[in-house]
Ligand binder design. Structure first.
Ligand code: SF4
Length: 97
């Protein structure tokens, strides 16, 4: 895991208690930075590992990836690497409006 991803994961962990709007803004900023870096010809930062995201293949308190703004059907996520189950969950969960 790169230092950038570790730093991002740590920052998100600290912000978990913050309101959803703030968390969404932070993640949106990360995605924007990644896209901007890619547009400028630099490599996009790797997605966060499932281990770092504390991903689990089962729901958490009734929340699951299928309800998350970062879920990309049928089995992917915008911020977490690898195959993602619609029934899974991780600490970056963000409820769709
Ligand atoms: S909860 Fe959201 S951020 Fe976490 S793995 Fe599932 S879709 Fe991705």
């Amino acid at each position: 895991m790169t230092g950038l991803v570790k730093g991002f994961a740590a920052a998100l962990g600290e912000r978990r208690a913050a309101c959803r709007t703030t968390r969404r803004g932070l993640l949106g900023g990360f995605v924007g930075l990644a896209l901007g870096a890619s547009a400028r010809g630099r490599a996009r930062p790797p997605p966060i590992s499932q281990q770092a995201a504390q991903y689990q293949p089962s729901p958490h308190d009734g929340m699951s990836c299928a309800m998350c703004t970062f879920f990309r059907p049928p089995a992917a996520c915008a911020v977490v690497a690898g195959a993602i189950s619609p029934r899974g969950w991780c600490k970056f969960f963000d409820l769709s409006d």
